[in-house]
Design a protein around this ligand. Structure first.
Ligand code: URA
Length: 295
């Protein structure tokens, strides 16, 4: 890693830590945040954010980039309530401010006019899948199909994403929660502007704190940048575990839209994306699949 990359990485660590602390503060928490899971759970191997504050820069980098051996947990098996009927509250965040339910947040999003994207949208796009899922996929923003149907990843990219999820041995409707950084379609599918991301991302933070997944897959540059505060491109960060808000493992990988583009890099990128998803499966204690990567 060059000095420049190390500096950017360190800045990303600092941004992630700052976001975590700001989030703790916004929940009304005081003192040391609770660690996410029970003391006997392997996930508690992460050091507490308190400890991170006293760590040397090199230790901080190691904390972000390395996640030791698999977390084990049972595969999600039972049908879970849909996002529109669940009112689950977070079990891992502080208890000082009750979390709003997902339907309440979705309702607020449906009437949101906080930014210019509300002017051109047909529907807001909140989530699909299960709010009980242990794994979340986070994309960038709705496209035309999603805007029309009010559901994320239902166009061509979504079909590929579903095939990727199925190849992991998971059910896209029952075993994962799928959402985006931005809830309204940017005109002509342009990249969301930084102010649009800043305005919309509190909704995602709330969603993720309620769903409380054991791992997140960040799809593409926008999701990676917004979740992790890094400006490093996806080709640099993909395949490396990071932490969202200092506690949830995030695997950055290519966006399915990129994988669908015709081009000489796509065959390699697809293989790399499949490697990344297999790393996620190992992290979740899922059986490695013999079948090949999805086409
Ligand atoms: N691309 C995204 O990032 N999200 C969607 O919902 C659809 C396409």
């Amino acid at each position: 890693m060059s000095d420049d990359e190390a500096r950017q990485e360190l800045a990303a660590v600092a941004a992630s830590l700052r976001a975590y602390l700001e989030w703790q503060e916004s929940t009304g928490a005081t003192g040391v945040p609770r660690m996410p899971r029970s003391p006997s759970s392997p996930i508690t191997r992460y050091r507490a954010p308190e400890a991170l504050q006293h760590a040397e820069p090199q230790q901080l980098l190691a904390e972000q980039t390395t996640i030791p051996t698999p977390v084990t947990f049972a595969r999600v098996a039972s049908p879970a309530p849909s996002t529109t009927s669940s009112s689950t509250t977070s079990s891992s965040t502080t208890t000082s401010v009750p979390a709003r339910s997902l339907p309440v947040i979705a309702k607020e999003v449906s009437g949101c006019v906080k930014c210019r994207l509300s002017e051109s949208r047909t529907n807001t796009v909140f989530s699909r899948g299960s709010a009980e899922a242990k794994l979340c996929f986070v994309g960038e923003a709705p496209g035309a199909d999603e805007d029309e149907r009010g559901l994320p990843f239902v166009g061509r990219a979504g079909q590929l994403l579903d095939r990727m999820i199925l190849a992991m041995g998971l059910d896209p409707e029952k075993d994962v929660y799928i959402c985006n950084i931005i809830k309204c379609r940017p005109p002509n599918n342009r990249r969301p502007e930084p102010d649009e991301i800043a305005t919309c991302i509190p909704y995602l933070h709330e969603q993720l704190s309620i769903v409380d997944p054991k791992a997140i897959v960040a799809l593409g540059n926008t999701a990676v940048g917004a979740l992790l505060g890094t400006t490093l491109g996806i080709t640099k960060v993909r395949g490396q575990w990071k932490l969202y808000r200092g506690k949830i493992p995030v695997m950055p990988t290519y966006h399915p839209s990129y994988l669908l583009r015709p081009g000489p890099q796509q065959a390699t990128a697809k293989k790399q994306a499949w490697d990344d998803l297999q790393a996620v499966m190992r992290e979740l204690g899922l059986e490695p699949k013999k079948r090949r990567q999805p086409e």
